[in-house]
Design a protein around this ligand. Structure first.
Ligand code: FAD
Length: 349
């Protein structure tokens, strides 16, 4: 393909779609390349019981509201449907089944090559591939000897297969706590944590906490909110505080190693365990820009506010803490996409 577009967006999830919305408004020529066959990002792969932690009225991409009643917390399938509707409502140009494997650059033009052999040319690239494809599990002594199930939360769908088991969930973020809570209904579950879980109330003075995030600027102001990304607590849905008090699930300091049948806790005691679920996060999924020199030695993009600090014309949308506390959420990604596209317009002027 010889045409040179203004922008190629890699990834057609919420970050790619929000970018598409602002690109369409800007009049720049662009195409979104999406590896899968639908514009729903990683949402179809999230666990069955997932509900958004923000109510519908604070859970929309720019320009189109999610249709649920404004005070309810949409579930996973509603988000999937919303994203697909969003793409068709704004008639965003998306090429499906186009997994990008390499981006190179020659004479100020990017060549974006996909696994089907297609090459797309553009003056700018926006990487919007999320991180769900790269689950991270820390290395723990004795892991290779453990005979039970050892999975990342990315592969957890429902508690049913774990019924009556002894399960450990590693992590202290929203996913770890939500998964442990539902497992604790039918299993003997322990959360293994490096620091005690800190909970945030879902409502303050009768208002959802997202109302206060917006009012105080935590959600939108660069630096204030950005510094909270790794320190904020888990949303206290459905009486989590009480349930932790009752030990359903239990909470314990992280175990030190595995043995054949289970784990060894810090005090040296052994516990027989059937399954360990690591809700230990994800890493950047950007190997396709490695040869451009856009990543540090750990594969993390070298960028500021979504603009590459080393490769001119290279951009990112959807990174955690990119510009604010809400950057990598459905409610916050739109403002980052707007900022990046404004930068591209200025650059191309
Ligand atoms: P993704 O949804 O991962 O989409 C990336 C897209 O890029 C995918 O469609 C993928 O197929 C495509 N892609 C990847 N690599 C390539 C490639 N090489 N070439 C072409 N295409 C590619 N946020 C909230 O606001 N509220 C919540 O309640 C919430 N709950 C969450 C629960 C879980 C379990 C997780 C993991 C995250 C949650 N988030 C939540 C955070 C965030 O909103 C989601 O992770 C969201 O899916 C991120 O959107 P994205 O578009 O950046 O990435």
């Amino acid at each position: 393909m010889n045409q040179v577009l203004d922008v190629i967006v890699i990834g057609g999830g919420q970050s790619g779609l929000a970018s598409g919305y602002h690109l369409k408004k800007s009049g720049l020529s662009f195409l979104i390349l999406e590896a899968s066959g639908e514009a729903a990002g990683s949402w179809p792969n999230y666990y069955d019981s997932l509900k958004l932690f923000s109510p519908a009225k604070y859970s929309s991409l720019p320009g189109l509201s999610i249709t649920s009643s404004s005070d309810c917390y949409p579930d996973r399938d509603e988000v999937v449907q919303y994203l697909k509707n969003y793409a068709s409502h704004f008639q965003l140009p998306i090429a499906f089944h186009q997994r990008v494997e390499q981006v190179s650059k020659e004479s100020d033009i990017f060549q974006v090559r996909t696994t089907t052999g297609e090459i797309y040319n553009a003056r700018n690239v926006i990487c919007a591939t999320g991180s769900f494809n790269k689950p991270y599990i820390p290395t723990i002594e004795g892991q290779e000897y453990f005979k039970g199930n050892n999975i990342h939360s990315a592969f957890y769908k429902t508690h049913d297969p774990f019924k009556d088991q002894t399960v450990i969930v590693v992590g202290r973020g929203n996913s770890a706590v939500q998964i442990a809570m539902e497992l604790a209904d039918i299993t003997n579950t322990t959360l293994a944590v490096r620091k005690p879980i800190s909970l945030m109330p879902q409502h303050i003075l009768g208002k959802d906490i997202h109302f206060w995030f917006i009012l105080t600027g935590i959600d939108s102001k660069w630096r204030i909110g950005k510094s909270l990304v790794n320190t904020s607590g888990v949303m206290d849905l459905d009486g989590y505080k009480q349930r932790l008090k009752e030990g359903k699930p239990k909470q314990k300091n992280m175990f030190t190693s595995f043995y054949e049948d289970g784990v060894i806790w810090a005090d040296g005691s052994k516990e027989k365990v059937d399954s360990v679920i690591f809700a230990t996060g994800f890493r950047s999924n950007l190997d396709f820009i490695k040869d451009l020199g856009g990543l540090d030695v750990n594969g993390v993009p070298l960028q500021s506010s979504g603009i590459s600090t080393v490769v001119s014309g290279l951009h990112f949308v959807g990174l955690s803490g990119q510009r604010s506390f809400a950057s990598a959420t459905i409610r916050g990604v739109g403002q980052d996409a707007k900022y990046v596209i404004k930068h591209i317009r200025k650059r191309d002027r």
